[in-house]
Design a protein around this ligand. Structure first.
Ligand SMILES: Nc1ncnc2c1ncn2[C@@H]1O[C@H](COP(=O)(O)OP(=O)(O)OP(=O)(O)O)[C@@H](O)[C@H]1O
Ligand SMILES: [Mg+2]
Length: 386
């Protein structure tokens, strides 16, 4: 769990921050004065510090200056200064003392969280003083048939990897004609999309960066075209190029994949380090999964990168988990519980549950899936989640 150090002498601010940050899944340690703040920074190694300016013993500027002196150039704990003053002079002083950002009290919780997450994502990439190269792993979510929850799982897994593991994550809506990400994430048709990529004469890093849409959760999106006819304009070479570039920029590129197993889909799956075949326990899914597994084997994908993901695992379908596993002659690598209310209300409100309801069983199971992905894809390159 990501640890945050709050240094503030006001018990009301302490309480408010403790509650807000815990709700967001952070671990919180609190210091009431500057000297205690410094001590806790040393013993607790927080991932980020919220530092009030006016403090007893050492003030916020002194604490920040001291931390920067002691930590040296090899490390950098992000610091957000909390100040009651609006003056530019104070801001400059805070930044000069080594703060990375500042917020004027009273601030909005959403703004605080957004700034924290952005700093956490930025600085978690530093290891040994250098910027760590992106992991560049691609996770494909492929539905064995329509409506099994592929989009739901892809979106929430992306958010969990970003928020719980402070990874840089790109989420690609690969369902080019009827992609649902704008609905699930409450984004209008005016947002940029893959159409803006393929209409350009050539695709390069700057162009890719310019069409990514930042979601409030901190995940970057490559959206599907706003209208179905534009979906046809995307060719496999362009998809391949876009994914190649995204893998150089992000730790994880997560793709919600089109069902049709044609060249375009293969141009995505060729990149995949893991293919999650999403299914429910019903006969048509079982039939399709068998066909999909055979097709993936025929095109030469290693079977170890294909993971079976049983969604709505405890929903009544008349086919038990054991029977489904027996029919497929293999076990499910992942099972996600059935929680229709959470899933549908997240979808209809445009706020994914991994973001708005991190304590729901559904979100916790997706978080466990994200943790397993982390464990298996990035064992040697864990970010500093102290
Ligand atoms: N674990 C779950 N428990 C309950 N309901 C779920 C779960 N996962 C998804 N759903 C619901 O199932 C429906 C279909 O989900 P979703 O759109 O993610 O599926 P899909 O496979 O991407 O569908 P499509 O084929 O249309 O792209 C939605 O109403 C969603 O809220
Ligand atoms: Mg979908």
């Amino acid at each position: 769990m990501t640890k945050i150090l709050v240094v503030d002498d006001d018990p009301n601010v302490q309480r408010l921050l403790r509650v807000t940050l815990k709700q967001e899944g952070f671990e919180v340690v609190v210091a009431g004065d500057g000297a205690e703040g410094l001590r806790l920074w040393e013993v607790e190694s927080p991932a980020l510090i919220l530092l009030d300016v006016t403090l007893a013993k050492l003030d916020g500027y002194e604490v920040a200056t001291k931390i920067r002196e002691v930590e040296g150039s090899g490390a950098h704990v992000p610091i957000i200064m909390l100040t009651a003053e609006k003056e530019v002079e104070q801001k400059v002083r805070g930044l000069r003392a080594g703060a990375d950002d500042y917020l004027v009290k009273p601030f909005h919780q959403a703004e605080l969280l957004a700034r924290m997450k952005s700093l956490l994502a930025r600085f978690s990439t530093r290891e040994g003083g250098g910027i760590r190269a992106p992991l560049g792993k691609l996770l494909a979510f492929y539905g064995a048939k329509g409506g099994v929850g592929t989009t739901t799982l892809a979106i929430n897994a992306a958010i969990a990897l970003h928020q719980e593991h402070t990874r840089r994550v790109a989420l690609v809506d690969g369902v080019l004609q009827f992609g649902d990400h704008r609905v699930f994430l409450d984004l209008g048709n005016d947002r940029k999309s893959i159409s803006d990529l393929v209409s350009a004469p050539s695709i390069d890093n700057d162009l890719v960066k310019s069409v990514m849409v930042r979601h409030d959760s901190g995940v970057d999106l490559l959206l599907a075209p706003p209208s179905p006819e534009d979906g046809d304009l995307v060719h496999e070479a362009q998809m391949d190029q876009a994914l190649t570039i995204l893998r150089t920029m992000y730790d994880y590129v997560i793709v919600d994949v089109e069902k049709r197993l044609g060249d375009l889909t293969l141009s995505v799956l060729d990149h995949a380090d893991m293919i999650f075949v999403v299914m429910t326990a019903d006969l048509s899914c079982l039939k399709n999964v068998r066909l999909v597994l055979e097709a993936l084997a025929r095109v030469g994908y290693e079977s170890s990168k294909v993971k079976l993901l049983l969604n709505r695992s405890n929903a009544f379908t008349g086919i038990s988990v054991q029977a489904a596993e027996g029919a497929l002659k293999r076990q499910f690598e992942f099972k996600i519980t059935n929680e229709y209310r959470v899933a549908i209300s997240a979808q209809n409100s445009g706020t994914p549950f991994a973001y708005s309801k991190p304590d729901s069983p559904l979100a916790r199971e997706i978080a466990a899936l994200a943790a397993e992905v982390e464990r298996s894809t990035a064992p040697a390159a864990k970010p500093v989640s102290r």
